[in-house]
Design a protein around this ligand. Structure first.
Ligand SMILES: Nc1ncnc2c1ncn2[C@@H]1O[C@H](COP(=O)(O)OP(=O)(O)OP(=O)(O)O)[C@@H](O)[C@H]1O
Ligand SMILES: [Mg+2]
Length: 393
């Protein structure tokens, strides 16, 4: 029986405890548990706290709340006074407010993206960002910090995990659970990941491409490649500079990728005007760029992603590989999630390389957050399977 993201298909009740399990206890229920002071304390804390799921992404952070779904979706950016860790606007120059400043910041202001390649590269700024998002979602009414489920790339080191745990705890969480992103992405994409047949998810984010084959609610084979959307943007910057003599910033490169980028020839090729600085003269210049050129620019990082997908498939158990190409199984083939799934023709390119059916997940940018929210709704059932450290009190 499959766990599925809320709002898509009903989750069987045994997997999907109702919110009153934690939040809406009656006075009678509390009285009945008088002999269990520790349990009551936990329940009591539940009234004055919330359970939160956080997809802490290189580009975007999404937060979901138990019983409410996704409540926040903002860029993972923080604006600070240059040379300090002091977040501007009294600690609120985070997310959309900070992204506005990125690339156009005056000398004294610096906009920082505290995650790189899916992991924390700036601990203090990540903490400030999490603190702001947690407080924004929690409001001021809650007395106790939230229990938080945070999704993390599958391939990260113990030190990188520790950084996530510590920054969330310092940002105010009273208990932190870690959930591997491919699991969350698979649930969010409605893959029957807990059935005895294989399914495959490729989550192409900003910093990492998470590739995983899942079966029986576990990751059977996974690879976390530190090549994803940010590298696509960098390749566009490099191409424009080397081939067309135009220097552009990261935001312009991302816009080009979104507006005319592709991984496979388009029925109708696209073009757009791009403004930047002429490499030779150093003066502002506008040129026209087309989708064939951008496909050329993207070829190298896209090949790395496709090569890793092929490698993961080659290393998979033959029985699992057999499931993935079985046309009788509804979820055969590969499902692509993350912002990279929106790149035109990514499905055709991966299908060409692997020979498998490739589908794009519904609303790929929110898959991990929606999957995390399913874990959150079932936290009491799943918390023993999730990695965490401090004891819950
Ligand atoms: N329409 C689009 N076409 C191509 N790329 C897109 C599109 N929309 C968003 N992206 C890219 O998707 C990436 C962000 O995706 P996502 O939010 O899944 O990443 P993330 O979760 O923040 O990163 P990660 O999981 O690697 O830490 C960015 O590189 C962004 O440019
Ligand atoms: Mg992600």
């Amino acid at each position: 029986m499959a766990l599925r993201a809320p709002g898509t298909k009903a989750i069987p009740s045994q997997y999907y405890p109702r919110t009153e399990d934690s939040d809406a206890h009656s006075a009678k229920e509390v009285a009945n548990h008088g002999q269990q002071p520790m349990m009551d304390l936990q329940k009591l804390m539940g009234w004055f706290s919330v359970d939160m799921g956080i997809d802490l992404g290189t580009c975007n952070t999404l937060v979901c709340v138990r019983g409410e779904g996704i409540v926040l979706n903002e860029p993972s950016v923080v604006a600070v006074r240059k040379g300090t860790n002091k977040v501007l606007m009294n600690g609120t120059a985070v997310g959309f407010a900070a992204k506005e400043m990125l690339g156009r910041t005056p000398g004294s202001i610096q906009a920082i993206r505290p995650l790189k390649d899916g992991v924390i590269s700036d601990f203090e700024i990540t903490e400030a960002m999490l603190k702001y998002f947690i407080q924004k979602v929690m409001g001021r009414s809650r007395i106790f910090g939230p229990r938080v489920v945070i999704s993390i790339p599958s391939g990260i080191t113990a030190v990188e995990k520790r950084a996530v745990l510590d920054s969330a705890e310092r940002a105010g969480a009273r208990k932190v659970f870690l959930l591997e992103e491919p699991m969350a992405a698979a649930i969010g994409a409605n893959l029957p990941f807990d059935e005895p047949t294989a399914s495959m998810i490729v989550d192409i984010g900003g910093g990492t491409s998470e590739i995983a084959i899942l079966s029986l609610a576990d990751i059977a084979k996974a690879s976390s490649l530190r090549v994803a959307g940010d590298d696509f943007d960098e390749s566009i910057i490099k191409y424009l500079e080397e081939k067309l003599g135009l220097r552009v910033g990261e935001q312009t490169a991302e816009q080009i990728k979104i507006r005319i980028g592709s991984a496979w020839p388009l029925q109708e090729e696209l073009a757009m005007k791009v403004r930047g600085r002429d490499v030779q003269s150093g003066l502002p210049r506008q040129i026209e760029v087309n989708s064939i050129q951008i496909r050329d620019a993207l070829a190298e990082p896209l090949k790395k992603v496709a090569d890793e997908v092929v490698k993961t498939l080659r290393e998979a158990d033959p029985e699992l590989a057999a499931d993935l190409c079985n046309p009788d199984l509804a979820n055969n083939g590969i499902t692509v999630a993350g912002g990279g799934a929106l790149l035109r023709g990514i499905d055709k390119m991966l299908a060409d390389r692997t020979g498998l059916v490739v589908k794009i997940a519904e609303d790929p940018l929110t898959c991990v957050a929606r999957g995390t929210s399913v874990y959150l709704e079932n936290l009491e059932q799943y918390k023993s399977t999730l990695e965490s450290d401090v004891e819950e009190f």
